[in-house]
Design a binder for this molecule. Structure first.
Ligand code: PEP
Ligand code: MG
Length: 752
């Protein structure tokens, strides 16, 4: 059964349209289960009907025409119950209703299972048989398993098909695609799909502007690959037998006109650009080979892939067509890279979308620094057909709306315009203090990483740096920076803000923050080797960094050092010892630098429960609410499937924040928050009321948070906190906090 399932799923994955997907499903399921009928009914979200969408065994003329209304018949019952229905004789069931025209009169046995994706019903998969009989348990289990496995593929195919066919006429909820917040803001523009070098699976479809030139490019690239392979073959002539050499001929033969070369040329002549034609043909054959039973033939997929990538590399090298970026470009890629960002003029860049990648990836960090709305991890996005589509990037909620209808477009345009107006309106606040109407003051600091953050933050009147992510300069290099290189980088940071404090976090890699030159491959990276665990295991890296920080602080004295991902007191003690050792070393070497204040980040539940003990040993605590939320709720902060559950306003998170603030107070130590929550105006009043002394956020959030604090009374915020802590779910909490913003004329800060 597993083998049959695997083969069906693999074949379905290779389909390039919804119709083909469904066609494969019904044919293969009918064969695998030896039934007489298999059909799929798809849910039409606009009217609630279930449309007869594919069949093997019934009247296929009715495909796309016949349908059942919401709740009608056995299909409706399967959908409304969301569970399988298995009947010996369908006609005897009270809900039975014949679908006219499809020819199901003579079929008695019925097994229907729902096709569910992310709690939504996509459709119903049905098998039928003439004789009265009950499908047995293993058949039922097979169909349920298959349906669950195929739901994602169907959802994907359905989305691309529907959006293309019905541009502008489908409802918003139908076409919205969830991802992860990369950088806040609303971006509206046309999709420009950028591919990675020589990866065939990432090449987008495009029309050729000059078919002959494309054909010529393709032939040139082929000739170059032939030449390369012949060279390799010749250079090995002394080491291989004549028989082995024949392999190279077979290999090269794949590219002949009579085989794949001819197919690619044909596609180019029909109007596809060379890269797209090559990729389509090669990918189809790769999938075909991969499905082969015989392992020798399966291996050929590797050859085809290798040849294809070689040709593609030459095509990309020679592809010199000038790129024209739409006036408002939404840059889309399977995996965005920093260099891709650099190819588009800033004034054309309206938004960023990456199918892979996390909110902590390098691109997301740059996007935040540049103020470009970005959504990452949009795995359901049909990338290859996206070129030129209109896209709305909702960076506040991590959602994309492809080819949205006029109503949705205008709603988001209003939000984007409002954001612009707010920025101008807040400008005068730069020089104002951050204090409530009843004179309670709160300190706002910035989070930095890239150099461009510095000027911007200073211009905004930031009072200090609450989190300098030192891994960012590490990410920008091809090897660990030397101690001296680091010293200069840190010196620039410290000097730019002096005498204002700069909190430098020691290297926080691992998890979703990876360095290309220091790969960490793990089954479960978030619970693995990351943050302080890595640096304690590599004291040579840790000490080098600490020494660089301490030296950079000479004559300035505004450094603070902060330790990420601390889980035990032992880790803290070990780190403190290394800090003190580094300090003694550099002092001995003649550097005059005092031991700076040292703090611990509270990012894991263990640290919440030991916050007092931790606070006792250091000078300050700072909550990393991004990770703390992830670990408290057991929700991967970078997994779009569970992004709805990743919720800073979950009552458990708020209780943990309360407890950390009170632990710090009991030990008389200052406490801050430096995760994204700190920059959220909705949270500002309750964080202040909890007793947080400092909120540290990305520079763009400083003025909205300041405006919020300046519009409120501390006393009211304390009451609000009391009220909110009694609510038992985040929806009610967010609603209450939004109400407070609205009542104080701050509705423009509400984004969820
Ligand atoms: C956090 O976890 O809240 C934090 C500030 O660190 P990072 O997002 O870099 O993990
Ligand atoms: Mg963190």
């Amino acid at each position: 059964m597993i083998e049959t399932l695997r083969r069906i799923v693999q074949e379905v994955n290779g389909a390039d349209s919804l119709d083909m997907t469904l066609e494969i499903i019904v044919r293969r399921v009918k064969d695998a289960m030896s039934t007489e009928v298999c059909s799929v009914y798809l849910h039409n979200y606009l009217n609630g009907n279930f449309v007869f969408s594919a069949t093997a065994g019934l009247n296929s003329d009715q495909v796309g025409i016949a349908s059942l209304k919401k709740g009608e018949g056995l299909v409706g019952l399967v959908a409304s119950r969301g569970e399988a229905i298995n009947l010996e004789s369908a006609q005897n069931h009270p809900s039975f209703q014949l679908v006219p025209g499809i020819g199901e009169e003579s079929f008695k046995a019925f097994l229907g299972v729902p096709i569910m994706h992310q709690r939504k019903i996509l459709g119903v998969l049905v098998v039928q048989q003439a004789g009265e009989r009950r499908f047995d348990e293993s058949e039922e289990a097979f169909l349920i398993t298959l349906s669950a496995q195929l739901a994602g593929v169907i959802a994907h195919a359905q989305l691309s098909g529907a959006v293309e066919r019905q541009a502008g006429s489908v409802s918003e909820s139908y076409t919205k695609v969830n991802g992860i917040i990369g950088a806040p803001g609303i971006g509206i523009g046309a999709a420009f799909v950028m591919s990675h070098a020589a990866d065939m699976s990432l090449v987008a479809d495009k029309n050729a502007s000059d078919r002959l030139a494309e054909l010529r490019n393709f032939r040139d690239a082929l000739a170059k690959v032939r030449r390369d392979i012949e060279e390799v073959s010749n250079s090995l002539s002394g080491e291989l037998s004549a028989e082995d050499h024949a392999l190279f001929d077979v290999y090269l033969g794949i590219l002949d006109d009579s085989l794949l070369g001819g197919e690619v040329a044909k596609l180019i002549k029909s109007g596809q650009w060379a890269q797209g034609a090559l990729s389509q043909v090669m990918m189809r054959h790769i999938k075909h080979f991969e499905r082969m039973e015989h392992s020798y033939l399966r291996e050929r997929a590797v050859d085809v892939k290798d040849l294809g990538s070689r040709v593609l590399a030459y095509l990309q090298e020679g592809y010199q067509e000038e790129r024209f970026f739409p006036e408002r470009t939404v840059l889309v890629s399977e995996e965005l890279t920093a260099s891709m960002l650099g190819e588009i003029p800033r004034e054309n860049l309206a938004g960023l979308v990456s199918v892979r990648g996390s909110g902590n990836s390098h691109v997301a960090i740059l996007a935040r620094a540049m103020g470009v709305p970005a959504v990452m991890g949009v795995v359901d996005l049909p990338l290859s057909s996206l070129e030129g589509w209109s896209l709305i990037v909702d960076g506040y909620n991590g959602v994309i709306y492809p080819n949205a209808d006029a109503k949705t477009l205008s709603r988001f345009q209003t939000l984007a315009d409002r954001d612009l107006a707010v920025i101008q309106e807040l400008e005068p606040l730069k020089t104002e203090p951050c204090e409530t109407l009843d004179d309670h003051s709160l300190t706002l600091w910035v989070n930095t990483g890239v150099m461009s953050d510095i000027d911007y933050s200073i211009d905004l009147g930031a009072e200090g740096v609450g989190l300098y992510r030192t891994e960012i300069p590490f990410l920008l290099r091809e090897s660990f920076p030397s101690e001296e290189e680091q010293r200069k980088i840190y010196r620039d940071q410290l000097k730019a803000f002096a005498p204002k404090p700069v909190t430098m976090r020691t290297l926080d890699v691992g998890g979703d923050k990876s360095l290309s030159y220091f790969p960490i491959e793990e089954q479960n990276p978030s619970l693995g080797w990351r943050g302080i665990r890595v640096t304690l295991d590599h004291p040579e890296i840790f000490i080098g960094q600490l020494r660089a920080m301490l030296k950079a602080n000479e004559g300035l004295g505004n450094l603070r050092i902060m330790l990420p991902m601390v889980t035990t007191l032992v880790e803290l003690n070990d780190a403190l010892e290394l800090i003190s050792r580094s300090h003694s070393e550099i002092s001995f070497e003649g550097w005059e630098s005092n031991l700076p204040p040292i703090g611990v980040m509270i990012e894991v539940p263990a640290a919440v429960y030991q916050a007092r003990e931790l606070a006792r040993r250091v000078d300050f605590l700072s909550v990393g609410s991004n990770d703390l939320t992830q670990y408290l709720l057991a929700v991967d902060r970078n997994n779009p499937r569970v992004s709805q559950l990743y919720d800073h306003f979950n009552p458990a998170v708020l209780k943990a924040l309360m407890s950390v603030a009170s632990a710090a107070r009991q030990e008389n130590k200052p406490v801050s928050i430096c995760g994204e929550l700190a920059g959220n105006p909705q949270a500002a009043p309750i964080l202040m009321a909890m007793g947080y002394d400092i909120l540290s956020m990305s520079a763009n959030s400083i003025l909205p948070v300041k405006k919020t604090i300046r519009s409120l009374r501390f006393e009211d915020s304390v009451n609000l906190l009391d009220e909110v802590l009694k609510l038992d779910n985040s929806l009610e909490i967010i609603e209450r906090l939004n109400q407070v913003l609205s009542e104080n004329g701050l509705e423009s800060f509400i984004h969820q």
